[in-house]
Design a protein around this ligand. Structure first.
Ligand SMILES: [Zn+2]
Length: 90
């Protein structure tokens, strides 16, 4: 959050918008917007024409390097939960 950093505010660590609680912080920090139609991955230097494609790239290629790992764990748990409910309801 540029304003918070510019003013050097200190947010409590349990605040939802605290830098350490931002699950997309590391992804955004590795997203280099070098030109209007050029986005470069900070991990592997691959380039993309649109931001949505670099986001998909992060999801598929670098999910193990990002803080969003727990999001994938949650999605996996939801899939398992839905599968169990599907079996129980049949
Ligand atoms: Zn990459």
């Amino acid at each position: 959050m540029p304003y918070v950093e510019k003013e050097r505010y200190q947010l409590p660590s349990d605040c939802r918008v605290h830098r350490d609680n931002d699950i997309y912080r590391e992804q955004e920090e590795h997203k280099v917007h070098s030109d209007i139609n050029e986005w470069r991955c900070g991990f592997c230097k691959k380039t993309f024409y649109e931001e949505k494609y670099i986001d998909k790239h992060f999801d598929s290629r670098h999910y193990n390097l990002l803080n969003a790992v727990h999001v994938y764990a949650l999605l996996l748990m939801i899939r398992i939960y839905v599968a169990v409910l599907t079996v129980w309801c049949l």
